[in-house]
Design a protein around this ligand. Structure first.
Ligand SMILES: Cc1ncc(C[n+]2csc(CCOP(=O)(O)OP(=O)(O)O)c2C)c(N)n1
Ligand SMILES: [Mg+2]
Length: 330
C-alpha cells in the first residue's frame, strides 16, 4: 500500500468511528429506537477485509453490527442513517432498522438479527456464483459466539464438500454479549475449530489494518482462484457495550485499557505520522471535515426525510408478497 491508500483507509476508519458515535448520540436523543449495535474498535476488520475484495461486486453478509459493512460495500451512508431513523428513504424503507440494513444493488445481502443465520445463506450465495460460473466470492462476517450455532458446522461442511467460493471472516472480539469466550467455548481460538472441515484457516491481528489487508488478500486470492472456502479469524475488541441496552459492566478496566491502546485508528495514524506522511494538524482537519459532513449531509438527510405512512407500514414486508399468505391457499 502506498501512503495515499493508507491515508484513504485512515479516513474510512475515522468516518466509521464518527458515524457510529453519531448514531450513539441520536439514540440518546431518542431519534433512533429499537436495537443498535455499534462498531467502534473493530473498524480495521471489515474495512481491511473488504479492501482486499471487490466491494459492490462480491456478495457480503453479516450479523446485526452491520452499518459499516453496508457502507464499505457501497451503500449510501445517508440511506443507512435514514434506515436507523426508520424513515421511508432508508435502505430498507425504514422497515428494517439497524439490524436489517440491506442493499442488493451493492450486493450487501444484510444485516441479520439471528446469530448464525448468515452462515447457510452464504453457502447458498456461493453455490449460486459457482452455478453461474462467475468469479465473484461470498464473504460471510460472523462473531465468535455465532460459531457455537449448529449452522456454523453444517455450513462449513457443505461449503467444503462443494468447494464453494466463500470466505468466512470471524471477528473475534472475545465476547458474546456479556459472556467471555472461555465461558462459552471449549476451543477459544476460532480458526482451530475449522480443521474438522479441511478448510484452510488462519488467525491474525484485527486491529492493524495493514495486517488485516495482507492476510485478507491471501484468503480472497485462495477463494477466488477456485480452491474452495477459507476461514480468517481476526482478533479484535469492541470499545462499547454489546448494544445500547448493555451497561458494559462485565469487562475489567485493565482489559479495556490494554485494548484501548490497540485502537486501529491510533495504530495507523501513528505509523503515518512516524513515516512523515501525515501531520497532526492535517489529521485534525480531516476529522473536523468528517464530523461536519456527517452532520450537514447525513444527519440532515435522515432528520428531514419523511416517515413511512401508517397505512403502508406492512408494505415491503416479505409476507405481503407470499401467495400463501395473500391468497390463503395451501
Ligand atoms: C439465534 C439467536 N440466538 C441468540 C440471540 C441473542 N444474541 C444476540 S447477539 C448474541 C451474541 C453474539 O455474539 P458474537 O457472535 O460474538 O457477535 P458480537 O456481538 O460480539 O459481534 C446473542 C446470543 C440471537 N440474536 N439469535
Ligand atoms: Mg463476539
Amino acid at each position: 500500500m502506498n501512503s495515499a491508500d493508507k491515508k484513504r483507509l485512515l479516513r474510512e476508519m475515522v468516518f466509521a468511528r464518527r458515524f457510529e458515535e453519531r448514531c450513539y448520540e441520536a439514540y440518546m436523543e431518542r431519534k433512533i429506537g429499537g436495537f443498535l449495535h455499534l462498531y467502534p474498535g473493530q473498524e480495521a476488520c471489515c474495512l481491511g477485509v473488504m479492501e482486499a475484495a471487490r466491494p459492490g461486486k462480491d456478495y457480503v453478509i453479516t450479523g446485526y453490527r452491520d452499518h459499516i459493512h453496508a457502507i464499505k460495500c457501497g451503500a449510501d451512508p445517508k440511506e443507512v442513517m435514514a434506515e436507523l431513523y426508520a424513515k421511508e428513504t432508508g435502505s430498507s424503507k425504514g422497515r428494517g432498522g439497524s439490524m436489517h440494513i440491506f442493499d442488493v444493488k451493492h450486493r450487501f445481502m444484510g444485516g441479520y438479527a439471528l446469530v448464525g443465520g448468515p452462515f447457510p445463506l452464504a453457502v447458498g450465495m456461493a453455490k449460486g456464483i459457482k452455478l453461474k460460473g462467475g468469479d465473484e466470492i461470498a464473504i460471510c462476517f460472523l462473531g465468535d459466539a455465532a460459531n457455537n450455532q449448529g449452522t456454523f458446522h453444517e455450513s462449513l461442511n457443505m461449503a467444503a464438500v462443494w468447494k464453494l467460493p466463500v470466505l468466512y471472516v470471524c471477528e473475534n472480539n472475545l465476547y458474546g454479549i456479556g459472556t467471555r469466550i472461555d465461558r462459552s467455548t471449549a476451543v477459544t481460538e476460532q480458526y482451530r475449530r475449522v480443521c474438522g472441515y479441511d478448510i484452510p484457516a488462519t488467525q491474525c491481528d484485527g486491529q492493524d489494518i495493514e495486517i488485516v489487508l495482507r492476510e485478507a488478500k491471501k484468503a480472497v486470492d485462495h477463494v477466488r482462484s477456485g480452491k474452495g472456502p477459507y476461514f480468517l479469524e481476526l482478533l479484535t475488541y469492541r470499545f462499547r457495550g454489546h448494544s445500547m441496552s448493555d451497561s458494559n459492566k462485565y469487562r475489567s478496566k485493565e482489559e479495556e485499557e490494554v485494548w484501548g491502546k490497540r485502537d486501529p485508528i491510533f495504530i495507523l495514524k501513528s505509523r503515518l505520522i512516524a513515516a512523515g506522511d501525515l501531520k497532526e494538524d492535517d489529521y485534525k482537519k480531516m476529522d473536523k471535515e468528517i464530523i461536519e459532513h456527517i452532520e450537514k449531509d447525513i444527519i440532515k438527510f435522515a432528520e428531514e426525510s419523511p416517515e413511512p405512512k401508517v397505512e403502508e407500514l406492512t408494505k415491503y414486508v416479505l409476507a405481503e408478497n407470499d401467495p400463501y399468505v395473500r391468497g390463503g391457499a395451501r
